[in-house]
Design a protein around this ligand. Structure first.
Ligand SMILES: Nc1ncnc2c1ncn2[C@@H]1O[C@H](COP(=O)(O)OP(=O)(O)OP(=O)(O)O)[C@@H](O)[C@H]1O
Length: 283
């Protein structure tokens, strides 16, 4: 296991984050949550930048707060703030990176900057949002890490720039043993990219599921009161009143398609599933 968060609790005033999370090798794990849900706090816990009030955070089998310099080299991180002064030029970052990371792949980094038109001799403060985002990802990718922790790396990007970054990350995953944890407040950004999704709502995980299962097995049954009476209720998770009757969320859509052929079953997007889990009524 690359990362393990076991019964973690972290409280800031009235906000409490509660987490159980496992990041195995060879996985792209998505963290979806609205502003303030706790995504950045989760990444800070994983990096050992803050300590949990309760529970344990392990990276590569060691307590995250006790990670040595060598193990830190194996993590590539992107935060909304790169940590570098924006008055620097990319040219000036190169010696800093080389000193900090013995495995810094300067040639590859320079090639990437050239391919994506990131100028080396311009101050970062003059870059567009997309250029800054790409630079941050290139830096995280540049030192042979086996774990990437990416907090909203595609925030504010247009579709083309987002896809370029996701393609680079797919390329990164071609070497076995690596994993990525990536967050977004837009589930559509991640639903076709991640193997596994965690949804965080107000500090709690409301859903942890393989992406394929969400897309293939979760669905909405649209039923009238009479149809509901005849339904097998075992796999219904939430309900919401609708103008025509009721909408029920299930995580066994195919069971209802096979056993209740007359019922309308709609496939929901990840956003609709989350919204129902958070706002729908429990049965
Ligand atoms: N150092 C801190 N001191 C006090 N409160 C904090 C601190 N860091 C985070 N919080 C609070 O914890 C909650 C979660 O914040 P966090 O930054 O983890 O959310 P997020 O999901 O990353 O949101 P965003 O998408 O806006 O970045 C917020 O209510 C925030 O105000």
């Amino acid at each position: 296991m690359l990362v393990q968060l076991d019964h973690v609790r972290k409280t800031y005033g009235s906000f409490t984050l509660e987490l159980n999370m496992q990041i195995p090798e060879n996985q792209i794990i998505g963290l979806i949550g609205a502003n303030g849900a706790g995504k950045s706090t989760t990444f800070k816990l994983m990096l050992g930048l803050i300590r949990p009030d309760q529970g344990s955070v392990e990276i590569f089998g060691r307590n995250a707060a006790d990670l040595g310099a060598e193990e830190k080299q194996e993590i590539g991180a992107v935060f909304s703030d790169s940590g570098f002064s924006e008055y620097l030029k990319v040219q000036q970052l190169i010696p800093v990176m080389s000193r900090f990371y013995p495995d810094f792949q300067e040639k590859e980094f320079r090639e990437r900057c050239e391919r994506f038109q990131i100028p080396l001799n311009k101050q970062i403060k003059e870059f567009s949002t997309g250029m800054k985002a790409k630079l941050n990802v290139f830096l995280a990718l540049s030192h042979g890490s086996r774990l990437l922790l990416l907090d909203e790396p595609t925030a504010g990007l247009d579709v083309v720039a987002r896809e370029e970054i996701l393609d680079l990350l797919r390329e990164y995953m071609e070497i076995p043993g690596r994993s990525i944890v990536i967050s977004s407040h837009i589930s559509g950004d991640l639903e076709h990219f991640c193997d596994d999704l965690y949804m965080i709502y107000e500090g709690k995980i409301v859903l942890h599921e393989e992406t394929d299962r969400i897309l293939e097995e979760y669905g909405f049954l649209k039923v009238s009161d009479q149809e509901y009476e005849a339904l097998d209720k075992e796999y219904l998770l939430r309900v919401r009143k609708e103008p025509f009757g009721y909408s029920y969320l299930t995580d066994q859509k195919n069971y209802y398609l096979e056993n209740h052929p007359g019922i309308v079953v709609e496939k929901g997007s990840v956003d609709e599933v989350i919204s129902m889990l958070v706002k729908g009524e429990r049965l």
